[in-house]
Every structure is written in C-alpha cells, then in structure tokens.
Design a binder for this molecule. Structure first.
Ligand SMILES: Cc1cc2nc3c(=O)[nH]c(=O)nc-3n(C[C@H](O)[C@H](O)[C@H](O)COP(=O)(O)OP(=O)(O)OC[C@H]3O[C@@H](n4cnc5c(N)ncnc54)[C@H](O)[C@@H]3O)c2cc1C
Length: 440
C-alpha cells in the first residue's frame, strides 16, 4: 500500500489527570468515578451524547445487576438506574434483573451525572492518535470541527469498546477465538398494538416476569418460512417497552462482521438496515399486533457485540468463572449468563453462572504501558467469560473500578502497581458491590 506522511503542529488545548476515551456505559462511569476521586478528568466521545451501544445502538435492556435476585453491582450503575426510575424511565425486572430504560432519558441523566461530577466532556470529538514517552502515554489527539487538537494526560482509559487507543498504541490483542459475536441493528417500532395477549403478557423485557418470551413464537415463525421464502439472518426478536404507548424497541437483525473495520462495518450496517425492513414486513403480515406498525427510528450505529480484546496482565477466563474463582484483585462481579450469539446462524447459546463470576483488575491493564487502562468490552477476556462480562451493568462496574484505579496512578505509581487493598476500600466506600459476600 502506498503511504504518505502527514505532518502538522497541533495545539495542546488542556491538561488532565485522567483522560477517558469513549463515553459508552463503561467510559462515562469511569469518568464519573475518576472525577469523584478529585481528579481533573476529560471524557472524549465521538457522538453528541453518552451511552454508546446503550443509546446510539438502542440496546435498551441494562442487564447484569442481579444474580439470582441478589444485586451484585452497585455504585454508579445502581445510582443511575435509581435516577432513571425516579423519572419513570427504568423498569427493574426481577428475578432476571434486566432493567429496561428509555434511551432519551438515559442520554439526559448520564450527561447530567458526568457534568455534576465535574468532568470536561469533549463530545463530537474523534480520538485519532496519541503521543508517548517511553512506557507512558502523554497526549491523545482528537478531531473535531476545530481541527486536530491534543489533550495532555497523566493516565488514560481506553473505553472505546473497540480498544482504539490501545490498538493505535500497539498494545497486543488477544487472537479471535472461533468467531466474533455478530452485530445487530436495533430499531424502534411505532404503532404496535401492545394491548394484545402476545405483547401484553409475553413481551421479553417489560419490567415484570413474562410468562414466556414473545420472541420464541416469532423466532419459530421466521425459521419456518425461511424454508420457502427469503428471510435474512435474525436473532430473537427481543422486545422492550419503555418508550410509551405503541412503541417498542426491537433487537432482531443479525449479521457477522467486524465492527472495528471500516469496510466491514459499512457493509454490515447496509445489510442490517435492509434486513430490518424485510423482517418488519414479515411481522406485519403474520401478527395482527404488528399490522400497522412502522420503523420510526433505526439505531444510528450498528450494535457491536464484540471486536478487539487487549491482552492484559491476566485474561478473564470462562472456566474460572464457572469454578467460582475469586481473584485477590477482583474488582467487579458479573451475573449475566455466558450469552453467545452465533455469527453463522440464528441461534444463541446461554450458559448460566452458578455463582457470580469475578473480574480481575489485571484484565484491565495492558502489559506495554504504565499509565493506560482498558474498560468495558475491550478488556482482556476469553470468549466464554466475555459472553457474560459484556452486558451493561458489568461494563459500568468495570468502568467505575478503572476510574478509581486511574485516580490512584501517578508518575511514580504505574497502573500495575496500585494498592489493591486501597482500590477495594475505595470501591466499598462507593457502594460498588464486588464480592459475592457483599451481594444484598
Ligand atoms: C445487539 C446487542 C444486544 C445487547 N443486549 C444486551 C442486553 O440485553 N443487556 C445488556 O446489558 N447488554 C446488552 N448488550 C451489550 C452491551 O450493550 C454492550 O456490551 C455495552 O453497552 C458496551 O459498553 P462499552 O462502554 O464497553 O462500549 P460501547 O457501548 O461500544 O461504547 C464505546 C463508546 O466509545 C465511543 N467511541 C468509540 N471509538 C471512538 C473514537 N475513536 N473516538 C471517540 N469516541 C469513540 C463510542 O461512540 C461509544 O460511545 C448488547 C449489545 C448488542 C450489540
């Protein structure tokens, strides 16, 4: 490939203790946690709002707070859920523990929480590069309408989901085991008759325990007609109600692809936008409750389940999760089943955790740098453990731990050397539940 050198002088517009790259569930929780430790904190986000997959991707169930009716995630995540609940924008569904939420209220309240913590938000800013001095990152570059600018930092958290910062900085990545989980483009469907028995009693996520998920019947129908006519690849469908009369959020499209590759992402999004209309047409035809429905909003970006995972000092391991291994440096618990969506067909494999799984702090720490942490879906995790870790409550818990850990780092204390006892103490002080014994 032909290459060309780009050279330019870039203004350093501000200096921070902690710079968090990516304002998804993990990133904004990390930024709040760092700022609450009294550290000057910046949060860089390419969209004009926070939440990432939760909001831009319209993935509106927040799962993983509860394991068998015991809450295993507290801290910022739980505080946020309670704030949404106060505005009637969150439904906590027990015993499964999914929380359905309104994505517009999510955007509003997450932004407020980040601002209230004193974080500087760089929204509409794309992280495009970095500068380093030996084993320390010193700056990140952002692109916006202002052109290229640099932010100087003491500690950096990569919460871009796709490990963009780590990837640019040549951090080693884990090899892909078998395949990446597929992408889905979620959408909001309007003019649905939610009063019929099918939707009233059997909707997948509606804040109460459903008799039987609506997705089973629709899945069967689509599988059956796939024999005789064209049905695009699909999953579920999983359906949420939190958006008002006649509106439901639907997760049904599915395609294999690599969300961290420009061309693959473009092709996948194009395919799933087409699929959404095709699948809705089939629902309209078969189910009276969908007879007059229409897509009122597609997610503005494909929901990306899985891309890069850094190779950390330790890799979270599915086998150890099932064996109830509690690490000396556990920083969060996961409760969600190991939930693997097939990239090649319409199936899903669920393996329930007998006890909450544990995530070691070392899975957030890349080997190559002293002042870099990963948070959220890009941490060091094997295929099985990641299939549980990836849900929103868990990535928020990881983000909170990363933010507190970042606040403990400085030029003399590398991320790998912070006191785990002190980290645990601070997590407890923040009511972030991370040991099974703490579950309430
Ligand atoms: C279809 C689907 C269904 C799911 N179902 C559920 C479910 O039922 N329950 C549940 O709890 N979880 C579910 N999940 C998983 C969960 O939603 C995600 O794993 C989680 O939200 C990931 O959060 P994150 O912060 O790690 O990453 P992301 O949400 O990907 O956030 C990354 C953020 O970084 C920003 N960013 C990325 N690159 C850059 C850059 N270069 N510069 C600036 N900003 C950047 C992005 O815009 C984004 O805001 C689902 C996921 C998908 C895709």
């Amino acid at each position: 490939m032909q290459t060309i050198r780009m050279q330019k002088e870039v203004p350093v517009v501000a200096q921070y203790h902690t710079i968090v790259c990516g304002g998804g569930a993990a990133g904004w929780a990390a930024a709040v946690a760092s700022a609450r430790q009294g550290k000057k904190t910046a949060l860089i986000e390419k969209f004009s709002f926070l939440g990432g997959t939760a909001t831009a991707g319209l993935v509106v169930p927040l799962s993983g707070c509860y394991h068998k009716e015991k809450r295993v995630v507290g801290g910022i995540c739980w505080e946020f859920i309670k704030e949404m609940e106060k505005l009637g924008a969150a439904q906590i569904e027990l015993p499964k523990g999914h929380v359905s939420f309104d994505p517009e209220i999510y955007k509003l309240l997450s932004w407020r929480m980040v601002r209230d913590a004193g974080v500087d938000i760089y929204s509409n800013c794309y992280l495009s590069g970095f500068e380093k001095d030996g084993k320390r990152l010193t700056h990140v570059f952002i692109e916006s309408k202002n052109g290229t600018e640099a932010l100087m930092g003491e500690v950096f958290i990569d919460a871009t989901g796709d490990a963009d910062l780590c990837h640019m900085a040549n951090v080693a990545m884990l090899p892909i085991e078998k395949e990446l989980q597929p992408m889905s483009m979620c959408f909001v469907l309007g003019n649905v008759d939610v009063s019929t028995d099918l939707l009233k009693n059997n909707i997948h996520h509606d804040g109460v325990v459903c008799k039987q998920s609506v997705h089973t019947g629709i899945h069967q129908y689509l599988d059956e007609i796939a024999e005789t006519e064209y049905v695009p690849q699909f999953g579920g469908p999983w359906v949420n109600t939190t958006m008002g009369e006649g509106l439901i959020a639907v997760n049904i499209t599915r395609t294999a692809g690599n969300g961290a590759d420009r061309e693959s992402l473009t092709q996948s999004e194009e395919k799933m936008r087409e699929s959404a209309f095709r699948l809705v047409e089939l629902l309209r035809r078969r189910y009276p409750e969908f007879k007059d429905c229409r897509i009122v909003a597609n997610a503005i970006q494909a929901g990306i389940r899985e891309t890069r995972h850094i190779r950390g000092l330790y890799t979270a391991c599915g086998r150890e999760m099932l064996d109830n291994v509690v690490y000396p440096d556990s920083i969060a618990c996961c409760a969600h089943p190991m939930d693997i969506h097939s990239a090649t067909d319409n199936s899903q494999t669920l393996m329930h955790l007998p006890v909450p799984g544990h995530i070691p702090y070392r899975a957030l720490v890349p080997q190559e740098y002293d002042n870099l942490l990963a948070a959220g879906r890009c941490i060091s995790a094997d295929r099985a453990s990641y299939a549980s870790i990836r849900v929103q409550a868990t990535v928020m818990a990881i983000g909170e731990a990363a933010g507190i850990a970042a606040a403990m780092c400085n030029e003399h204390t590398a991320a790998r050397d912070i006191s785990i006892d002190a980290l645990h103490e601070k997590l407890r002080a923040a009511n972030a539940i991370f040991f099974a014994a703490d579950a309430q």
